[in-house]
Design a protein around this ligand. Structure first.
Ligand code: 13P
Ligand code: SF4
Length: 304
């Protein structure tokens, strides 16, 4: 049944010249039919180079908007119209434009998990895998980091030579994890290494043997000589790793580490997008796109 649907999807995407990009939080069955899977940074690079005329983004809205910004000539479809990212919606452009007035000599560094509108007031974008490198590389000494206070705290700890102003936004899925969760997981699996996403709170990240993006966590676990891992990011990553490395053991940090926005896209949704019966075509007004794309291009330039 799943295989039949996957075969139909593979046939349709070829016929219709569609590139399917899937964030690593998508289910195994979606990742299997994607042209490319990866973290937010890798997906934004692919968005620029994919030769197909249409891109179907299986992920959340800000990811599809990023593709549209970088490839305005392409038709870009978001896999499910309700796949938003609550963190991306947390801060308004108007509020940040106001805050900027109090910090005139600060560079606004925006996590890519932001709306296109908010990106219009940012100087540079970052992803979890590129944030440390980019904050070190930009010429400005002072950084106003939005919207994730947890990622911002982690970056600040890695870039002590710069001054950071953080605001209190964050990912509700990762921020749900508490110190008690990692203490319990470590007690249950004392031999396991703990791999954490920097969207987790600092008191959780403190216990990590490795901190990185979704792709960083997967690479680390695959290459590591260790045999057991506690996975401190969305539970899809523990599942993918278990498929890739059947001889190793992967334990989700908590059964609650689930992003319902990422989980909303199913394989039938992907099929419906290709038949024209589902998904949402992303459109951006040209003024917003031109202003917002600058900080993504800066990210690619510094993150190279
Ligand atoms: P990365 O894939 O860049 O690690 O981001 C995780 C995430 O929360 C995406 O929404
Ligand atoms: Fe947004 Fe968090 Fe879900 Fe990523 S995991 S899409 S940051 S809510």
């Amino acid at each position: 049944m799943i295989k039949d649907l996957q075969d139909k999807i593979l046939k349709l995407k070829k016929e219709k010249d569609v590139c399917i990009l899937a964030h690593s939080y998508m289910s195994e069955e979606i990742c299997e039919i994607a042209d490319f899977t990866g973290d937010s940074y890798a997906l934004s690079l692919k968005a620029k180079t994919a030769p197909q005329s249409t891109v179907l983004m299986c992920g959340v809205r800000f990811m599809a908007e990023t593709v549209k910004m970088l490839s305005p000539q392409k038709k870009v479809i978001l896999s499910h119209p309700d796949a938003g990212c609550p963190m991306a919606e947390q801060m308004d452009r108007e509020i940040i434009a106001e805050v900027k007035k109090s910090y005139p000599d600060y560079a606004v560094v925006a996590y890519i998990n932001t709306t296109a509108k908010l990106k219009t007031v940012a100087d540079v974008c970052v992803t979890s895998s590129s944030a440390v490198k980019i904050c070190r590389a930009i010429p400005q000494q002072n950084i106003l980091f939005i919207p994730d206070i947890n990622l911002g705290s982690y970056v600040r700890s890695q870039v002590p030579e710069k001054k950071f102003k953080l605001l209190s936004g964050g990912c509700p899925t990762h921020a749900r994890m508490e110190k008690a969760d990692i203490i319990a997981a470590k007690a249950a699996h004392p031999q396991a290494l703990f791999l954490a996403h920097p969207e987790c709170r600092p008191e959780v990240v403190e216990y990590a043997d490795y901190v990185g993006s979704t792709s960083g966590i997967m690479d680390f676990a695959e290459k590591s000589s260790a045999g057991e891992f506690i996975i401190g990011t969305e539970n899809a990553i523990a599942e993918h790793l278990q498929y890739k490395c059947p001889d190793k053991k992967f334990y989700p940090l908590s059964k609650d580490l689930v992003c319902h926005n990422m989980k909303i896209t199913t394989l039938p949704d992907v099929y419906n997008c290709l038949t024209g019966a589902g998904g949402e075509e992303i459109t951006l007004d040209e003024e917003t796109r031109l202003k917002a794309v600058k900080c993504i291009e800066k990210m690619i330039e510094y993150g190279g």
